[in-house]
Design a protein around this ligand. Structure first.
Ligand SMILES: [Zn+2]
Length: 249
C-alpha cells in the first residue's frame, strides 16, 4: 500500500512519529503520549478495543467483535514469522498486540487522540520500549494491512537495528497474499514509469541514502521492495538477516 507521508514532529508531546508506508513506528519517548492519551479533556474519548482477546502465539488480538482463530488472516499472520525465520530472521516470541477497531472512524479518532495530526491511513505499527502494537480496523483490506504490520512487528522484535529500507521492503514484499509473494504490480508499474522518465533504477546506494521516513517517496518504497525482492531471489537475504550486520550493505 502507498501511504507515504512525511515524518511528523509533535513538539507538544516531545516525541517523534514515523509515518511509514501504511504504518507508523512510535519510538522511544512516545510512552509519554501513550500514558496520557486519555487525559486531553475531549468530550468523547475512543478507547482501544478490549471486549475480546484472542491469543494466537505470538499475536494477541484485541477487538470488540469475536475473532476466530481459524480465520485465514490470523493463520497467515502467524505463518509470516516462520517465513521470515526461513529468510534468516532470528527467532523471537515477543508478543505483538493487534488492536482491531470496529470502524475506520473509531480507528482514526483513536489515532488522532494519540497522535495529533495523524493522517488518513488504514493501519500503523507502534513500538514503545519493548511493547509491539499494531492498530487497524475491520475492512476489506484487513488481511493486507495485517500482513504488512505484523512483518514490522516480527522484525522489530528480532532485528532491532534493521535498516529502514529492509524493514519497509520486507513489509511491502509480504503484504501481498502468500501465493503472490514477490509480485507487487503497483511497485512494478511505478518503477517502470520512473525508468521511462530517466530516473535511475533501484540500487543499494539509493535505498541506503534514504535517511528517514521524512524523505521517503512512493518511489523509494518501490525501490525498497525491489531490493528485497532481488536479495530474496538471489539467496543473499538469509546472510543479511541472520548476521544482523548491516554496516557493509
Ligand atoms: Zn510499513
Amino acid at each position: 500500500m502507498f501511504f507515504a507521508q512525511p515524518i511528523l514532529k509533535i513538539a507538544g508531546f516531545g516525541f517523534l512519529v514515523s509515518l511509514l508506508c501504511g504504518c507508523a513506528s512510535f519510538q522511544k519517548k512516545c510512552e509519554i503520549a501513550f500514558q496520557n492519551h486519555e487525559t486531553n479533556g475531549a468530550a468523547t474519548l475512543i478507547v482501544r478495543p478490549s471486549r475480546y482477546t484472542l491469543a494466537a502465539d505470538p499475536l494477541i488480538f484485541h477487538s470488540n467483535v469475536e475473532i476466530q482463530r481459524e480465520l485465514p488472516m490470523v493463520r497467515e499472520s502467524q505463518i509470516l514469522r516462520f517465513t521470515l525465520m526461513d529468510l534468516g530472521m532470528p527467532a523471537s516470541n515477543e508478543p505483538i498486540h493487534i488492536y482491531l477497531f470496529d470502524t475506520e472512524s473509531q480507528f482514526l479518532q483513536y489515532a488522532n487522540q494519540r497522535v495529533p495530526g495523524f493522517a488518513d491511513r488504514r493501519a500503523f505499527f507502534a513500538q514503545h520500549q519493548s511493547r509491539l502494537e499494531v492498530y487497524t480496523f475491520l475492512s476489506d483490506a484487513l488481511s493486507t494491512d495485517l500482513r504488512h504490520e505484523v512483518v514490522h512487528g516480527y522484525l522489530h522484535a528480532a532485528v532491532p537495528e534493521i535498516p529502514l529500507w529492509l524493514d519497509e521492503g520486507l513489509a511491502e514484499y509480504f503484504e501481498v497474499p502468500q501465493s503472490e509473494y514477490g509480485q507487487h504490480p503497483d511497485h512494478e508499474k511505478l518503477l517502470s514509469q520512473a525508468e521511462q522518465t530517466g530516473l535511475p533504477p533501484p540500487s543499494m546506494a539509493l535505498v541506503e541514502a534514504i535517511v528517514g521516513p521524512a524523505t521517503m517517496t512512493s518511489l523509494d518504497y518501490a525501490r525498497c521492495w525491489w531490493m528485497v525482492k532481488t536479495q530474496i531471489e538471489s539467496h543473499t537475504m538469509h546472510d543479511l538477516l541472520s548476521s544482523g550486520d548491516f554496516s557493509g550493505r
